[in-house]
Design a protein around this ligand. Sequence first.
Ligand code: C2E
Ligand code: CA
Ligand code: CA
Length: 431
Amino acid sequence: MLTGPNRYYLEKHFANWHPRNNDRYSVIFLDMNNFKNINDNYGHTIGDKILVQLAQRLQSACADEALVVRQGGDEFIFIKPYTNNHELRAFIIFLIKSIKEKIYVDSLEFYLNGCIGVSISGRHDSALEELLRQADLAMYEAKRSHTDFTFYSEQLQQISNERSDIEEALHYAFTDNQMYMEYQPQISSECGRIVGVEALIRWAHPTMGMVSPEKFIPIAESSGLINTVGDFVIDTTFREVLEIYNLDIQQPIRISINISVRQLLTKRFRSFLNSKSRKYGIRPSNVVLEITENVFIEDLDLIQNLLQELKYDGYQISLDDFGTGYSSLSVLQKLPIDEIKVDKGFVHDILSSNQDNALILGIIGIGQNLNIPILAEGVEELEQVILLKKYGCDLFQGYYFSKSVNKDRLIDYLNNYTPFELHTHNEICSQ
Ligand code: C2E
Ligand code: CA
Ligand code: CA
């Protein structure tokens, strides 16, 4: 086993090793997960001892089958003759198993985990440098998608190129006025009125066309641009909603804003939000912060404190995409939540899937037990409205009522809206 920062040795040994196995070979790139936490919590001496043990373990797992290099820190590279995918997979699964076996250091127990990226040489092209790059890219994909290992593919390369293009383009999107906000009405199931709107960001790029927030928000998060996005959303939404309030069409509606986890965890988030709500005179009690369920993967106590501070300032908190994450009842009880948004994935199939139907009933039951109102998103059909209302859902949002629309069209919508009414004999009546 070679240790230390070792590309140089890798290349030298590879040159000796490769001719003997003149055929195809694979490069396996392993990066340990959260190893920094171990160093931070237990110190570097223990961290190093763990890595030495791990290195020995990996070495013996490989026997003579592969060349192993510790590429500094907590990264390892394996080079292995390639015969077929089946064998390679079996080898990787074996590696992962040995990585996950408990490690004892100074009578402490450690459970390690890592992500692996794999690339395979062609018959003729076998430049090590390129294969290392490919395996590295595949490893990042494994990290991103929380899987143990990923094989490099052209498609992966394309996705990665697209990500870089989007990241690059994001830098200009704001100065170029490519971003704007749309708003989607939320309707009370009780009175049929519009009680709020969800603000959704839109990006019209001159050559890429409309880029979905589902695509660019995660990229903004991982590239540190999320605050630029988040600041724009808060500022624009408050400004436009104030214009709507000033028209006195109806009582001030509430404004739901999506807040990404990274944004929430930024120190200045709270003061920024407060300064904008003061600037535009938007009362915090009219602002709902939508937080997705996956925030709870982060430090729960920290999140709880942050949410409590925001509650203290007067904001409401909505738990978005509910049902897709891991929150338990106790988490829901612990956190100051004012609304649960049932993910549109469940709403979509309530009419056809018994399972989704049962899930929705369960979720609404949870809300009722905890006294938290439930909003169903992605409501597209009248039959869904009827069923959801029967189940006790409090609010609706979805194409059945309206798609998201820009500020001017929202004003038209509000001006022309008549509260809908659902009669017990299941027919809709607009007045
Ligand atoms: P989300 O918060 O779950 O937003 C709901 C998504 O469902 C929106 O997609 C909306 O246009 C769409 N939708 C609404 N009604 C229906 C319906 O009846 N049927 C179907 N099939 N879809 C419906 P959109 O605008 O593409 O947003 C996607 C996601 O991007 C959002 O999911 C949210 O997670 C994120 N996002 C959007 N705007 C922002 C933003 O300003 N900031 C942050 N951090 N994230 C945002
Ligand atoms: Ca949302
Ligand atoms: Ca959602």
